[in-house]
Design a binder for this molecule. Structure first.
Ligand code: ADP
Ligand code: AMP
Length: 211
């Protein structure tokens, strides 16, 4: 089974993808996580991607498609989180899977109003060491600003600052929202009310991917 998680930044895709991938034995591929790691390690990809990410713009399609080709497991079984983000990326993914006799089976659209997204992004804190994601109000660590898993001090992502958030939402509307229709036409889009709390969303998500 190959799943795509679609929705605005801050909708909760990564939070749910990590848990569902573990429970269903799927591979979680987050292009955002891979790119942040590449930036941290100053790899050639990271150096090219950084300026786009800092501005809240999309990294060019060629770079993202090459990256997905590199990390795609031969047998599939993937939750794609934050990919595809453009029609060109979606078409490339379809071609890539088709060559291996696979397809995107379901696309889950994380539906949340803008004010919820802004509140989630402004309170998001991440562990710079192990990548765990928290929220100061909705999913706080046990000890103030310290990662439960590895004890590192949590940080705010640079692109979660208000000016960048506004641009990311605009980029989502313009470049990524057309994917809703793209997948609706294929009859594989499922809308999920992602405005509820983390546990409720997870239970609902499990239902929609198993039916
Ligand atoms: P995305 O991967 O879609 O950008 P994240 O999974 O990183 O979003 O979630 C964004 C922020 O919102 C994080 O701080 C996360 O802890 C928090 N969050 C995720 N899901 C929910 C939810 N259902 N209710 C409240 N906060 C949530
Ligand atoms: P995310 O962690 O999904 O919010 O992504 C963080 C940033 O990484 C985005 O604002 C983009 O700059 C970049 N990015 C992640 N995934 C993609 C993608 N599929 N296409 C283009 N840029 C991406």
């Amino acid at each position: 089974m190959n799943l795509v998680f679609l929705g605005p930044p801050g909708a909760g895709k990564g939070t749910q993808a990590k848990r569902l991938a573990q429970e269903l034995g799927l591979v979680h591929i987050s292009t955002g996580d891979i790119l942040r790691e590449a930036v941290k390690n100053q790899t050639p990809l990271g150096k090219k991607a950084k300026e786009y990410m800092d501005r809240g713009e999309l990294v060019p399609d060629e770079l993202i498609i090459a990256l997905i080709e590199e990390v795609m497991p031969p047998g599939g079984g993937v939750i794609f989180d934050g990919f595809p983000r453009t029609i060109a990326q979606a078409q490339a993914l379809d071609r890539m899977l088709e060559k291996k006799g696979m397809k995107v089976d379901r696309v889950v659209l994380f539906d949340v109003p803008d004010d919820v997204v802004v509140e989630r992004l402004s309170g998001r804190r991440v562990c710079p060491n192990c990548g765990a994601v928290y929220h100061i109000k909705f999913n706080p660590p046990k000890n103030d600003e310290i990662c439960d898993r590895c004890g590192t001090k949590l940080v705010q992502r640079d692109d979660d600052r208000e000016e960048v958030v506004r641009n990311r939402l605009e980029v989502y509307r313009k470049q990524t929202e057309p994917l809703i229709e793209y997948y609706e036409r294929k009859g594989i889009l499922i809308r999920l009310d992602a405005s509820k709390d983390i546990e409720d969303v997870y239970q609902e998500l499990k239902k929609v991917v198993s039916t």
